[in-house]
Design a protein around this ligand. Sequence first.
Ligand code: GLY
Ligand code: MN
Ligand code: MN
Length: 464
Amino acid sequence: MTAIATAVYAQRRARLAALLGPKGVAIIPTAPEQQRNRDSDFLYRPDSYFYYLTGFSEPQAWLVITGDGKSTLFCQPKDMEREIWDGFRLGPVAAPAQMSVDAAYSVAELDAQLPALLDGRDVVWYPFATHKALETRIDGWLGSLRARVRYGALCPEQQRDLCGVLDEMRLFKDAHEQATMRRAAQISADAHVRAMQTSARMLRAGQPVREYHLDAELLHEFRRHGSQCPAYGSIVAGGANACVLHYRADAGEIRSGELVLIDAGCELDGYASDITRTFPANGKFSAPQRALYELVLASQEAAIAATRAGARFTEPHEATVKVLAQGMLDLGLLDANKVGTLQDVIEKRAYFPFYMHRTGHWLGMDVHDCGSYIEPSEVGSFSERKDPLSGETIKDRPARILQSGMVLTIEPGIYVRPAQGVPEQFHNIGIRIEDDAIVTDAGCELISRGVPVAVDEIEALMRG
Ligand code: GLY
Ligand code: MN
Ligand code: MN
C-alpha cells in the first residue's frame, strides 16, 4: 500500500471512531472465503465495509475500532507452508507499520482479545444482518466479559447497527474513490468500444458471432488494464434476449440486423463501474431501431439534466418517464384512445409494460451501492398512495436530496415484447443506455462517456 493510500484508510477510521462515541467500539469482519466446489474457492473478494476502512484484501481478518481512535487488526499469522501454497501474508508483526493500525494480532487470538477490547465500552457497533453467525460470536465475547464482572469487568449495555453509519460515509465518495471510479469507468468504456467493433468486424468477415465472443472482448479489456474482475455478471444479449432484464452473457447468436445490449462494468481496486450500451450488431441502425434508440437517449438526456446537487434522487427517474411516455404515445406503442393523455399514462403507469425498472441506483464499492434513498432530515414524514397497477398501499417518503460527491447510474430503457396492438416493427427490441455520474454542484460529471451514445458516433465507431 502506498503511503497516500495508508493515510486515506487511517483518516476513514478516524472519522468512524469519532462517530462511535468516546466509549463505543466497532467490530468489522471481512468476508469469508466461498467454496465453489470440492477444494476450489470462488475468487476472493473482501467485505466492502472492511476494505473501505483498511484497504486490506487478505481473508480471515477483523478490524476493531474504539471511540478513542485506536484500531486493532486481526489477520492471518505468518506461516511459511501456507504461504507457499496460498501466497504472501502480511502477518500481525508487520501490520502496524504497514497499515498504520495501533495493534495487530493473529486471528487465532480473537476469542482471547475481544473480551478485553469490549471491557469498559458502552456501545458495541457491528454490521447487523451482514455476517452469518457474527451475533453469536459477539454474544460469546460478551458472555466471557460478563463472567468477569466480579473482578471489575464492565459490559457494554447497547448493541447498534454499524451499517447506517458506514453507508452514510460511503455514499459520499472522496477524491481517492472518485479517481478510482473514473479509471474503472474508462476501462469499461474501452471494453464496450472493443466489443462493438468486434461484433461489426466479425460479421463483415462472415464469421459467426455469439454472445460469448463479445463477452471475451470485455474480459480481455478489463483484465489487461488491471481490473480484478467484472463488477457483476456481464449481460451480453443479442436480439430478443435484450428484453430479459437479468439475462447473462451466454451462447446466443448475434445476428446482422439485430441489436446487441451489453450491460457490463469492471471492478477496479474494490470499486464498480456499470455501463450499458445498445448497438446494431452490424454497425447500422434500422429505422425502427433508431426511432426507439433516439427516444431512450432523449429520456437519458432529460435524466442527466435533472441530476444535480439539490435535486431529489427521484427527479431523474421522473424526467425519464415523462420523455419515454410521450415517445410511446408518439410511436404508437401506446394508444392514446386506450390509455389517455401523457398525464394519464404517467399516473396510471401505463408505460410499465415497456419500462419496468428505475432510472438509477447508487454506485460505489458495490454495484448497487449502499446509502439511504430517503432524505435523512425528513425520514419521519410520509404519504400513502395506492399503486395503480398492483393496488398495494405504498408509503412515499421524501427522496434523498442529491449532494456533490454522490455517485449514481442513469439508465433508462425500453423493452418491447411481442403483444397484440404493439407495432410489429418494434417487436423484440430491447434498449438500455446506462452511464455513471458523479454529482457536482453544477450538475453531474459523466465518467463513462469514453464509449459514445449518439447514433452517428456509434455507427462511425463500428465502421472503423
Ligand atoms: N448492471 C446492474 C444494473 O444496471 O443495475
Ligand atoms: Mn445499473
Ligand atoms: Mn448495468
